[in-house]
Structures are given as structure tokens and as C-alpha cells.
Design a protein around this ligand. Sequence first.
Ligand code: ADP
Length: 174
Amino acid sequence: MSADRGVLAIYPGSFDPVTRGHEDIARRTLRLADRVLIAVAETSTQRKQPLFTVEERLELLREVFRDEPRVECASFSGLLVDFARSRGAHCIIRGLRAVSDFEYEFQMAQMNRQLWSEAETVFLTPDVPFAFLSASLVREVAALGGDVSAFVSPPVLEAMRRKLGGEARKGEFP
Ligand code: ADP
């Protein structure tokens, strides 16, 4: 990344799948930074059995941000700070929902600063309707046949229907 291309923010996560909460945070980031690199972690510390493959998650992210040339999507393995540094990122973006995110995020920000002293983590809060939304909750509700159309974009909804349609039939869910 060269200085003439402005401020680059990196927004890491698992995005399994991208929700309207993630989308809200990425679009807000563009008010502060010139470009956002959405970085899908190949090795998740949180979830062993993902719903979508990393490639599928990237495809959905690219579809959702089709209208926004300042958003780029890539996957990474290993340490976030190494990837961020290699791409010339200036800051790390994380979303903060209701209080539950705070402790983990605070620890992570301190650790990343320890690993890379220039790493500044910027926390953004989402619009109120997304303040309690998580990808895991969306996956659970959708797997049980619930309507998640308020929480994910149409291409994501469609991909979840295709994916869970097969699985749900196996488990005799609608
Ligand atoms: P999730 O926790 O939904 O599985 P990720 O691991 O992909 O999501 O999260 C990536 C980042 O996006 C984290 O900083 C997380 O706190 C943030 N995030 C996820 N959902 C929301 C939301 N609804 N509002 C604000 N931030 C969010």
C-alpha cells in the first residue's frame, strides 16, 4: 500500500456469512478511511464447523459490496498483524455490539499492539437494529427454518437457502 492511495483499514473476521451488521460496519469505516480490506480468517479460533467455505464467504462479500469499489476482500491465514502489515494497512477495524464483545475485543487489541506496535484498533458501533446480531445466531435461526431476511442481504439469504435447504431436508426441517 502506498501513501498516495490513502488510509487503508483492515476489517478481519470470519464472515460466515456476511450479515447486515458486518455490512454496516464496513460502510461506516469508509467515512474514516479511503479503502477497506475485508479479511476473512481461514483459521477461525471461534468455530470448528463453518457453514460456508472461505471461498464462498469471499464470493458473498464481493457480491454484497459490488457497488463499492473502495472495498476489497481477501482471505488470510496466520496472524492478522502479519497480513495487515504485508498489505500496508493503517488500522484494524472491529465492530462492538452490546457489552458482550468488549472484553474479548479489548484483549485482542492489546495483543495485536504487543505484536505490532503501530497497530491501532478502531472500534465502531453498528446501527441499533444490528446491535445484537451475530452470524452464528443467523445461522442457527436459518437452520431451524426461521426468517433471517432482515439480517442478511438477498444474495446471502439465497445462498443460505441453497445450503441449508439440503441440510434441512436431511434433518427434516422445513
Ligand atoms: P460474528 O461474531 O458475527 O460471527 P465475525 O467473527 O465475522 O462475526 O466478526 C467480525 C467483526 O465484526 C468483529 O469485530 C465483530 O464484533 C463484528 N461484528 C459482527 N457482527 C456485528 C454487528 N452486528 N454489529 C457490529 N459489529 C459486528
